[in-house]
Design a protein around this ligand. Structure first.
Ligand code: NDP
Length: 494
């Protein structure tokens, strides 16, 4: 059974001890003392930690070339390692390269004190499966547990590591194989599924990029962890990971939400690898919402109607696309008490989000006008609906209106984009209610102008939360805690 290890990187022994106690209370099976992160290292402190945590602790002195710190000890590495092998830690971490010539002697010493030896190797760059396999073989030959860590830049490298781990697990030799970095996080999530000896988790700050927080690691601990996530390109701005993590946590489910930053050409291979990655579902965002629709086995009504998918459910390799933006926007209108039957609405933008908004407004019985920077896209959007739609150029807008609702369905105002509202104040003035789909930042210039003009207005946060909750329910068959999601969103947007 995979053990959850909380990595303790405190700089003083007292703090390390305090953190280790808390980590164990919070569900860690073991703690790893990263002794290279202590400011000073001496025998008395080492013995004290071993005495307090003994079988529940791993003692690690990571060498600087493999990502370790440089504590003041005045002693050479070998002397410190000899100290670590004696006082009775459950495990001692030695390095295949740095400690090559001393590993066998140190292991004898460790065995005498009932410590098991982890032999580890941390690569600086991604290396292929055969090199990793050779390393695990070499480590297993001299240690009790073989450990290899390799940096991962792309999801398909993580898949290669997952496949290798699965084949290694069949040999029943205790091992740990980690893909480091955010793109490699899936290798950690699946530690239990892959029969790894340990799942190293962050206690406080990450000791290594891609580590899950201890709370998430404890949650996915078990034989059937699953992955849901966000697929898009340049998705760093998204707060979906925080929102869904909060919902998974509130429901106590053994799943983790991960970002998959992929190019269009990787979409199909990612979907085909879903089972190997234990992927149960995906959110889809810019720029893949439309492209992915043709790659799925089945589409739900709204997704089919709009030719745009923001949620994929994976079930035994079968992929079904949904558009929960439609649901999110509709529910948010209800929550705001906006009834738009026979009312006038202006939608600015003609992309995927605008399509979902127009679809809802038409179903509500609203009269809809669409304005967009490039007229041809607005025309194409209008053509895709059976109901009549009025396409208005941005220049013409000041002469039109008034509207009961103005919706910004462009990224104007979004973090990292032009902050200028997509329409001038003279247009905003003619709207009774302003709805900005942008949610990050929570208060855009458009919303500030609306507030100054005394107009009721909302950001896109409620739509985001409701579309997320629906996606969560589709993946898990469980209701999502909107309150937990809302708290997480607020925290993420602070
Ligand atoms: P798309 O890229 O599909 O479409 C963007 C649209 O905005 C295009 O019509 C584009 O015009 C227009 N546009 C882009 N930049 C500007 C600008 N600076 N000024 C005026 N128009 C501009 O994006 P989406 O439709 O998927 O998303 C649009 C926005 O909606 C994003 O900010 C997104 O975050 C938000 N959104 C919010 C959701 C929520 O739950 N709150 C859900 C989904 C989206 P052109 O055709 O000329 O390029």
């Amino acid at each position: 059974m995979t053990k959850v290890v909380a990595v303790i990187t405190a700089s003083t022994p007292g703090e390390a001890e305090r953190q280790a106690r808390t980590a164990i209370q919070r569900g860690a099976d073991l703690v790893e003392f990263r002794l290279d992160r202590l400011r000073d290292l001496n025998s008395a402190d080492i013995r004290k930690l071993a005495k307090s945590f003994g079988p529940r602790a791993i003692a690690t002195l990571r060498s600087p070339p493999e990502g370790g710190g440089r504590p003041r000890s005045g002693l050479p590495r070998l002397a410190v390692l000899r100290e670590l092998c004696q006082p009775g830690f459950g495990y001692v971490d030695l390095e295949l390269e740095a400690d090559a010539k001393d590993i066998r002697d140190l292991r004898v010493l460790a065995k005498r004190h009932r410590s098991r030896v982890i032999v580890s190797r941390h690569f600086e760059d991604f290396v292929g499966a055969s090199k990793i396999r050779d390393t695990l073989e070499a480590s297993a030959a001299v240690g009790d547990i073989a450990k290899a860590v390799v940096p991962i830049a792309h999801w398909y490298e993580a898949l290669e590591v997952v496949d290798l781990a699965r084949s290694w697990a069949a040999k029943s030799k205790p091992y740990v194989l980690i893909g480091m970095g955010p793109a490699g996080a899936v290798t950690r999530v699946l530690a239990g599924d892959l029969g790894q000896a340990f799942h190293y988790a962050a206690f406080g700050a990450e000791a290594a990029p891609g580590q899950l927080p201890l709370r998430s690691a404890v949650r996915v601990h078990g034989p059937e962890p699953f992955v849901v996530g966000l697929v898009g390109h340049r998705i760093g701005h998204s707060i979906s990971p925080q929102i869904h993590e909060a919902a998974l946590d509130a429901a106590g489910l053994p799943g983790v939400y991960l970002p998959f930053d992929v190019e269009a050409s990787d979409l199909e291979p990612l979907l085909q690898s879903a089972d190997r990655l234990r992927l149960r579902g995906l959110n889809v965002t810019i720029p893949h919402k439309e492209r992915i629709a043709s790659m799925l086995d089945e589409l739900d009504g709204d997704a089919e109607r709009l030719g745009a998918v923001n949620t994929v459910v994976v079930d035994g390799g079968w992929t079904k696309g949904f558009n929960t933006d439609v649901y999110g926007f509709r529910i948010s209108l209800r929550a705001l008490g906006l009834r738009l039957g026979e009312r006038d609405a202006l939608v600015v933008g003609a992309g995927g989000a605008a399509k979902a908004v127009v679809h809802v407004l038409l179903r509500e019985g609203a009269r809809v006008q669409v304005a967009n920077r490039s007229a041809s896209r607005a025309e194409a959007l209008a053509d895709s609906f059976d109901e009549p739609l009025d396409v208005v150029s941005l220049d013409e807008l000041p002469k039109r209106g008034p509207w009961d609702l103005l919706v910004n369905a462009t990224p104007a105002g979004m973090e990292g984009h032009d902050a200028t509202p997509p329409v001038p104040e003279s247009v905003i003035r003619k709207a009774a209610f302003v709805y900005d789909l942008v949610y990050n930042p929570p208060s855009t210039l458009l919303l500030q102008v609306a507030a100054r003009l005394g107009k009721p207005a909302t950001s896109g946060i409620e739509m985001l939360l409701h579309q997320a909750a629906k996606a969560f329910e589709l993946w898990t068959d469980r209701p999502a805690s909107i309150d937990a999601m809302r708290r997480a969103a607020k925290e993420a947007l602070r």
